[in-house]
Design a protein around this ligand. Structure first.
Ligand code: TXA
Ligand code: MG
Length: 330
């Protein structure tokens, strides 16, 4: 695809070389990104992509995100790119912004679940970029967890999700952002939010002006990440603006608390996770999935999660908490 990719002057890291070998043989590996770990395979290979769906137990109707090395590769995966999409890509790539665009024939239908559009981004992670720069194909990669469960933000989450079936993991430590990319699609030239994520909508609106949110139903969601039940712990989880009141009313001895910035004065309960003692939403986002993973492993009766301020990345945190929780949430 790109001959320039072979002109590397720096020696390849052994971990990257191992990843390349597996991918070139049609296999899948877990890769770090700035948002969450991805389960990656050659996006041009139907067979390799089918293996992602199988391992993740992902419904075939749920399309994958394609990761490219740079904006200059966009033309290999997408056509008829709206000018505003170009502006957003220039502003936020590499970074946690995914654009849904009209696909090229190079992208097989299995990647897009038969849709004429492809979701694409350039990840903002040194190792992911180093890898992509040495490959002759883009990587299709959903989050590296079993379908519907809590997303992975470090290698142990990936191993925890897949057990003995876990693929080779390119270890990039903890993910810096901690929630998935923001997904923007287009109706004609008009941008629409498909999923709240690590790039705040306010930052996107600085470039696009006021932007609409795609309202989806669970039968035919535009992005199945918008399914109302997703990103979910096994433990019953309740989302509330007033955790103290809910703790008192529940009267359960095995209650875990997922709180934004401070403990609950005077209310006794089980384990407590504070997402950011300084009230920093970026830190809260980084700690969200690790805290959910820890609480979920404790086999509690219930997890009570506190809503965070609904600004910036806080909108993505609340969105994930809402999807993690059940209908009974208050
Ligand atoms: O941050 C991220 O986006 C991470 C990292 C690994 O890049 N990936 C991720 O992938 O969150 P996944 O599969 O967990 O979520 C992908 C979302 C899904 O909600 C899917 O429905 C949506 O992207 N999507 C993919 N292709 C689409 C398309 N053509 N139209 C609408 N939505 C699409
Ligand atoms: Mg996911």
């Amino acid at each position: 695809m790109n001959s320039f990719k072979t002109n590397h002057t720096t020696p390849v890291l052994p971990a990257i070389a191992r990843g390349i070998e597996i991918l070139n043989n049609g296999g899948i590996i877990a890769i770090p990104t700035e948002t969450v770990y991805g389960l990656a395979a050659n996006a041009f290979s139907i067979k390799a992509v089918a293996e992602i769906f199988r391992l993740k137990q992902r419904p075939a109707i749920n399309p994958l995100i394609v990761h490219i090395a740079s904006l200059s590769e966009l033309a290999t995966v997408a056509v008829e790119v709206p000018p505003l999409a170009m502006k957003l890509a220039e502003a936020f790539w590499p970074g946690p912004l995914t654009l849904v665009l009209k696909k090229t024939p190079l992208i097989p239908d299995i990647v897009t679940a038969g849709k004429p559009t492809v979701a694409v981004r350039v990840p903002g992670h040194r190792l992911a970029l180093e890898l992509l720069n040495r490959l002759d194909y883009p990587l299709a990669a959903p989050s590296a967890n079993t379908s519907g469960s809590i997303s992975p933000t470090n290698p142990s989450h990936v191993t925890g999700s897949f057990g003995a079936k876990a693929p080779y993991i390119l270890d990039g430590g903890n993910c810096e952002r901690g929630v998935e990319s923001t997904i923007i699609g287009f109706t004609g030239d008009e941008p629409v939010v498909y999923r709240y994520g690590a790039i705040p909508i306010e930052a996107i609106e600085k470039i696009c002006g006021k932007i609409k949110t795609h309202t989806s139903d669970d039968v035919s969601p535009a992005a199945p990440g918008m399914l109302s039940k997703h990103y979910a712990p096994k433990t019953r989880t309740l989302l509330t603006a007033d955790p103290a009141a809910l703790v008192s009313s529940l009267n359960s001895s095995r209650t875990g608390l997922l709180l934004f910035d401070r403990p609950l004065g005077g209310v006794s309960a089980g384990p407590v996770e504070i997402l950011s003692p300084t009230g920093d939403l970026a830190e809260a986002a980084r700690n969200l999935y690790p805290a959910l993973h820890r609480l979920d492993a404790m086999k509690l009766d219930v997890i009570i999660a506190e809503r965070v301020p609904s600004v910036g990345i806080g909108m993505a945190i609340n969105d994930r908490l809402k999807r993690a929780s059940t209908d009974e949430s208050v």
